[in-house]
Design a binder for this molecule. Structure first.
Ligand SMILES: [Zn+2]
Length: 317
């Protein structure tokens, strides 16, 4: 790539415009730029794999949470979405983290499950604890056979990857021609606005704590799916209240700056330790099914600009 201000999603010659300064956990400060053609925003230059690996090694909050809840969600997903399409199949979860979702799918259906994650320590622990076929690395490097999977799930991952189109093309390659691609991604317009507002207010780079480096508009997502060889079967929008707050259509929440300010690391304490004290309790499958349906009920069909998050069911073209 010659010009770091060039949009990597659409082919416009017009350089992306400066929106804010932002950073990950390292000391490098990036420009957050917005493409005037497709409205996607992205870190400029795109952070190196080293910078991203450093960020993920510092923040383990991605890998914590309620394991029973994640398993329950996996079982419910298998019963409500996978089994009605195919009794038996192969599912890949890219960015599978704790692997609990996959374990849930396995318990709730006759599907075979596979996972990948970029954190090798996490992958090793999932293999040992859950005995699942989980592999470490970027999806482009793991090398599954073409058409191997009947379903692939990518939950809140696309906004983290340095080359989204390459990533999606690889997803298309490993999905069977009749397979299904389940993708969820933040509404980039709402997601980027908090970083822009923080920078505007404090003249200090916003901290992209979750590690988001791309902020996709609806147009840029449509373009990416098309270029990667997918068509949209279903689209949903959710987290409207959060979206309205991010876009300042409602007053910002009291804690809106918390995620944009780097955590203060006290001596002998790792950041975000409160997450690790989460109490866990296993509940019935019916309870998790009910929770799953309740979450789905709050998703509105279609893509709406005021939502914080989108989810898509995509099919190969
Ligand atoms: Zn663009």
């Amino acid at each position: 790539m010659d010009n770091p201000e060039q949009c990597l999603i659409c082919d416009t010659d017009v350089p992306a415009l400066f929106s804010a300064k932002a950073r990950l956990s390292g000391t490098i400060v990036y420009d957050l730029r917005t493409c005037p053609a497709c409205q996607a925003s992205f870190f400029t230059p795109i952070p190196s794999s080293d910078a991203l690996a450093e960020h993920y090694s510092k923040d383990y909050t991605f890998y914590k949470g309620d394991n029973f809840k994640a398993q329950g969600k996996g079982s419910a997903f298998a019963r409500k979405h996978l089994a009605p399409r195919l009794n038996k199949g192969k599912l890949l979860d890219i960015g599978c983290a704790s692997g609990d979702f996959l374990a849930g799918v396995q318990q709730g259906s006759d599907w075979q499950v596979y996972g990948t994650d970029i954190n090798p320590e996490v992958v090793a622990s999932v293999r040992t604890k859950l005995g699942l076929d989980v592999r470490a690395g970027e999806i482009e490097d793991v090398g599954f056979d073409a058409g191997f999977f009947d379903a692939v799930r990518v939950q809140d991952i696309l906004e983290h990857v340095p080359q989204p189109l390459t990533f999606l093309k690889e997803c298309r390659r490993i999905i069977d021609d009749h397979g299904t691609f389940y993708l969820s991604v933040p509404n980039g317009l709402a997601d980027a606005q908090n970083l822009i507002d923080y920078y505007t207010q404090y003249e200090s780079p916003a901290f992209s704590g979750a590690g988001h480096i791309y902020f996709f508009s609806i147009d840029s997502l449509t373009l990416l799916f098309d270029q990667a060889g997918f068509r949209i079967e279903k689209a949903y929008s959710y987290n409207f209240k959060k979206g309205l707050r991010s876009l300042s259509k409602l007053p910002k929440s009291k804690h809106w700056k918390r995620d944009l300010t780097p955590p203060v690391v006290q001596q002998n304490k790792s950041p975000h330790t409160e997450v690790q004290t989460h109490k866990q309790k296993q509940r019935s499958a019916a309870y998790y099914d009910f929770q799953f349906m309740k979450d789905e009920l709050f998703k509105l069909p279609g893509v709406h600009q005021y939502a914080q998050d989108f989810s898509f069911v995509l099919k190969p073209k």
